[in-house]
Write a protein of this length. Structure first.
Lengths: 307, 490
């Protein structure tokens, strides 16, 4: 197991390097410049700007310097657009925001998704099953850019219960709508995967045996069926978790949370190269780490899997 | 100032609402109310400028001496790399600004000095008739030199910033909020009513409006295209005020332009051959004014010259346009096709579609419309890689030269690439003229004849404010408002 983890980590490093390299090349080949405002600054100013951000250096040197700073100093450099912030500042501000509501969305999606999926499977072909499936399909087919305005309309404008956006340090009333809007489609997917996998497990031999032994249904489900039924769900959860904690661009934009998703998109529009790189690396690294974590969990849950 | 409208998602845009405040004490103040000819609070009156030396009496503390000229000095210094350096070096006419800006002279040689703790003396290279108006621009505000030196680029963070306004910046979360609180040390703090001002960054205009409807916000913009219907719903709250901004299309006047575009008759035909009221009354519907010349009628001390095209009916314009096309040898057997380039936005798209449709109906011109994301668009437009490109311009100060300078062949904002020796000479003359109005009229008339651009409409600033919010400067065409002037009634 440890050799497996070590091996995966060894592969992860070049993967991240390739990610950085590709982003670096793409960024420099995009038209436009971070300093391109309404007009191009005069040559003296341009020279100073380029010197300040190291853009006057040859590409290979910029690349090497960047890597050195990131790897050895964990320094993503200054933001090109927010002149008084570094990329580290921006991530330190935006990531906790997204992490917080992403984490809660994840919890909600897992609890409700698994709950609904299991219920539907146990009550297969009853009204409860149809209701659950209908609900799941319904939630999944409402994209969050439709969901968000509906929530605001209902809870902010009509009922006046919740503030329509912002973060303000992440009080619960600011988080609720974010969590609902973000978790819905994930929760629906989890419910569908759980249901079909649970159905399969419930029809398998060992469950029949368990039932035949006269075990109560709750025990059959919790002790025997749930663990194997959750395996396919688990492989979905890794990327889903990263997706949620690195933020939905739409949620961040729509609710003006100041989260990382908002910076991600805007840094691309702004040609804020350093911010874009910083967030790309952050998201890439998290994806790799969580995929690894999922694989390890897999082995722990499923004794058949050996690495 | 360039406007992309609707607002770009990315950057928090420069706002006027008391963005800077004082931390420790009121140091110096150089804010003029931007209402034309109505300087407020500080001693720069129109008569206070004796043509070559401007004296500004400032309200400041005893040791404010050093800060007085630090703003323009810092902006002009190429080491600062200010995107607004051109404002000091090219516009204000301060002595030595050009040399400082190009790095040939040290920043402290700039012609600004503190005569005493209360007086900033600005030496001008030439008499600049509009100098008083330029002082309203943020680039000219004093900055605390010691703080800037101590913190570098981070001096604008709430924990570092020292300003001299009615409010103190106490919190700034990029992409989320800015909080400003009343500054007890402000010279006129007694008159300030509102204690705390929060500016929220809300990217989605419909979402912002919903939050306003829910009573969360006091002031928001109105979503594009919804002015009329919302005005009916909220007659007292929704307003539309004239703005110092123009929406226009550039022709590409460079050598790489298509042959037909080099013919002034064809450019004129395109300029005449569409109905601007379809855009202002049909699409935008928020009180915008059709434009036939560049400088807005609301500009202080400026009267729009009546050019021929403005005085005609649309039928007459269409007739003239057709005959100009025929005269130039273009028509059904020799058709032309044009491409309109705009930065991606639904609003610009609607206008481009309407214009191209009307050109097709009236002149038989087949035009294509093409959009680019803002950064890419700026590069293409700046490099002259377009046939016709969208543009919007808002005055940086309330005087006609902030618009007309764009016609200068040396202007970095002259995206059309217009080059007229006659206009250049008039612009140079206007810089020092006692009464530049007649020169300005000549420039507008020449440009209207040469048609390097197609003026389309003059902007309005459209917004919604709660009925309880009072004190709004509705007549300020620069949309410059100060939270210190506002108050709320219950």
């Amino acid at each position: 197991m440890f050799t497996y983890i070590a091996r995966r980590l060894t592969v992860a490093v070049p993967t991240i390097l390739i990610l950085i390299t590709i982003s670096f090349v793409l960024m420099w080949s995009a038209p436009g410049s971070p300093f391109m405002g309404e007009k191009l600054p005069p040559p003296e100013v341009m020279a100073n700007l380029e010197a300040k951000y190291g853009l006057d250096q040859p590409y290979w040197k910029q690349y090497v310097d960047y890597l050195t700073n990131v790897i050895f100093h964990f320094d993503f450099g200054p933001s090109f657009k927010f002149k008084d912030r570094t990329v580290n500042d921006i991530i330190a501000q935006g990531f906790p925001v997204t992490l917080t509501y992403g984490f809660w969305s994840f919890i909600v999606a897992v609890i409700f998704g698994v709950g609904l999926g299991v219920t539907a499977a146990i009550r297969h072909n009853t009204w409860l099953d149809y209701l659950s499936v209908g609900f799941a399909i319904g939630s999944q087919s409402i994209p969050n850019y439709v969901m968000a305005p509906i929530l605001v309309l209902v809870f902010t404008l009509w009922l006046g219960w919740l503030p329509g956006g912002g973060w303000e340090g992440g009080t619960w009333d600011h988080i609720i709508m974010l969590v609902i809007a973000l978790s819905t489609s994930y929760f629906a997917s989890i419910a569908r995967i759980t249901r079909s996998s649970m159905l399969e497990v419930l029809n398998s031999g060992f469950i029949r045996t368990a039932k035949a032994k006269g075990l109560p249904m709750s025990r059959v489900i919790l002790k025997h069926a749930l663990k194997p039924a959750l395996l396919p769900v688990l492989s979905y959860l890794g990327p889903a978790f990263v997706g949620m904690v690195t933020g939905s661009v739409i949620i961040d934009q729509y609710f003006s949370t100041g989260g990382i998703g908002q910076f991600f998109v805007n840094s691309a529009f702004n040609r804020d190269y350093s911010t874009m790189m910083g967030i790309t690396i952050l998201v890439g690294t998290l994806t790799i780490i969580f995929n690894l974590l999922v694989d390890v969990l897999y082995a722990w849950i499923d004794p058949k899997i050996r690495y | 100032m360039e406007v992309s409208e609707p607002p770009l998602p990315p950057i928090e845009r420069r706002g006027h609402g008391a963005a800077f405040g004082v931390h420790r004490r009121a140091e110096a103040e150089a804010a003029l109310d931007q209402l034309a000819g109505d300087p407020v609070g500080l001693g720069i009156g129109a008569g206070a400028i004796d043509r070559a030396i401007a004296r500004a009496a400032l309200r400041c503390d005893d040791d404010a001496h050093d800060h007085l000229g630090a703003g323009p000095r810092r902006a002009a210094d190429p080491a600062t790399a200010s995107p607004y350096a051109w404002f000091v070096t090219d516009i204000t006419g301060i002595k030595g600004a050009g040399a400082v800006g190009s790095g040939d002279a040290a920043p402290d040689t700039l012609g600004v000095e503190a005569a005493d703790d209360q007086t900033l003396v600005v030496h001008l290279e030439r008499p600049v008739p509009y100098f008083a108006q330029t002082v309203t621009h943020a680039t000219m505000f004093p900055v605390p030199q010691a703080v800037v030196e101590a913190h570098g680029a981070e001096w604008t963070r709430p924990e570092n910033i020292v300003g001299n306004g009615a409010y103190v910046l106490t919190e700034h979360v990029p992409q989320e909020r800015m909080v400003m609180e009343r500054n007890a040390n402000y010279w006129n703090d007694g008159e300030t009513v509102i204690n705390k001002v929060v500016r929220l960054i809300i990217n989605d205009e419909t979402q912002a409006f919903t939050r306003w409807q829910a009573g969360e916000l006091d002031l928001v913009g109105v979503p594009t295209g919804q002015y009329l219907s919302l005005k009916e719903q909220y007659p007292a709250e929704i307003y539309s005020n004239p703005r110092l901004c123009t929406y226009y299309y550039n022709f590409n006047m460079r050598d790489n332009a298509p042959e037909w575009m080099k013919d002034v008759r064809v450019r004129q035909a395109l300029n005449l051959g569409f109905d601007r009221t379809v855009i202002t009354d049909g699409i935008l519907q928020a009180g915008q004014i059709p434009a036939y010349t560049f400088t807005p009628p609301t500009t202080a001390g400026f009267t729009v010259p009546v050019v021929e095209s403005a005085a005609m009916t649309q039928d007459e314009r269409n007739e003239l346009a057709k005959s100009l096309m025929a005269e130039a040898g273009y028509g059904p057997d020799n058709p032309i096709s044009a491409e309109i380039l705009y930065n991606t936005s639904e609003g610009h798209k609607s206008i481009a579609i309407a214009v191209s449709q009307m050109w097709k109906e009236n002149l038989g011109i087949e035009s294509t419309i093409n959009n680019m994301e803002w950064g890419t668009f700026l590069e293409a437009r700046g490099a002259g890689q377009f046939e016709i490109s969208r543009a919007g311009w808002c005055g940086d100060y309330n005087e006609a030269s902030t618009f007309l300078d764009l016609y200068g062949s040396g202007s970095g904002y002259n995206d059309a690439g217009y080059n007229s020796a006659e206009v250049d000479a008039l612009l140079a003359e206007a810089k020092t003229a006692e009464d530049p109005q007649s020169l300005y009229n000549q420039i507008e008339t020449i440009a209207a004849a040469d048609a390097p651009i197609i003026p389309i409409y003059f902007y309005t600033s459209v917004g919604a404010r709660q009925a309880t919010l009072k004190g709004w400067p509705d007549n300020n065409v620069e949309n410059a408002w100060y939270a210190r002037d506002l108050y709320k009634v219950e």
